[in-house]
Design a protein around this ligand. Structure first.
Ligand code: ATP
Ligand code: MG
Length: 239
């Protein structure tokens, strides 16, 4: 039997990330994937869902990209992507459609809007039996990263829902640093970044916090490949 202190993990299937986390994301955690444009946030979050789907876990992707076809067109092919399985297990919906369905007009914020949004997300997660949820990105839902009150309200509700469903969530944000604001109220942070080296712009990944997991806090270099996100240590490149 597992030790009481050991929380069950959602094995992301992204090998390098699971290694950093000591086995995966603790189930029910809300993890913020933060980083500047082009640092690989969508690639990481999408692979999390596809890896889940091919290993039998359903997922939901709420995207701010205008349409599902545009989203898929912009995602490079992954060798482990199995159209049939992913099509069956992964539900993709645009945030615009979700808000429209809930009767929420864009730009409106407040607790009642948060309630409606959470209700919609809960319906989606329940009806699809999703164990993995990604919102890419939360920047329009939680527009003011410095405003902790609404973030806390939304995340507390989301957390209750995830506990009920046994699901794990990744929230994507373009916030370049995850200090304060949303970062202080989520369970985990995966910080994506850029690193210039010899005229090259490398992509990096670092986990400053992950509740329920003893994890590495080192900065790693990542490669986005058709085999998914590959993780190597910084030193390997001879910095
Ligand atoms: N498997 C891959 N092989 C090669 N290039 C890739 C791969 N996956 C993603 N890329 C490229 O890397 C770039 C950044 O990836 P991604 O879209 O995941 O970043 P992002 O952090 O979500 O960016 P944004 O903030 O603009 O949403 C894209 O231009 C994409 O074409
Ligand atoms: Mg993106």
């Amino acid at each position: 039997m597992a030790m009481a202190s050991e929380r069950e993990r959602c094995v992301t299937g992204i090998e390098g990330l699971d290694n950093i986390l000591g086995g995966g994301i603790p189930i029910n955690n809300i993890v913020l994937v933060a980083g500047a444009a082009g640092t690989g946030k969508t690639s990481l979050a999408f692979e999390f869902l596809v890896r889940g789907a091919v290993s039998g876990e359903n997922g939901v992707l709420i995207t701010t990209v205008e349409s599902k076809s545009k989203l898929l067109a912009n995602i490079p092919s992954l060798v482990f992507y199995d159209e049939k399985t992913v099509g069956k297990r992964l539900t993709i919906i645009t945030l615009k459609d979700l808000l429209e369905e809930a009767g929420i007009s864009a730009g409106v914020a407040g607790e009642s809007v948060m309630d409606m949004l959470i209700t919609m997300v809960e319906k989606l997660v329940t009806s699809t039996n999703a164990k993995r949820l990604v919102i890419d990105s939360i920047d329009t839902i939680l527009p003011d990263q410095k405003e902790e009150r609404l973030d806390t309200y939304f995340l507390t509700k989301l957390s209750l829902m995830l506990h009920e469903k046994g699901s794990t969530a990744i929230l994507v944000s373009k916030a370049e640093t995850a200090d304060g604001g949303t970062g202080s109220v989520v369970d985990g942070i995966i910080q994506m970044g850029n690193l210039e080296r010899k005229g090259d712009l490398l992509r990096t990944m670092q986990v400053p916090k992950m509740k329920g997991a003893a994890h590495s806090r080192a900065k790693y270099v990542i490669d986005l490949t058709s085999a998914g996100v590959l993780v190597t240590t910084l030193l390997k490149g001879g910095i």
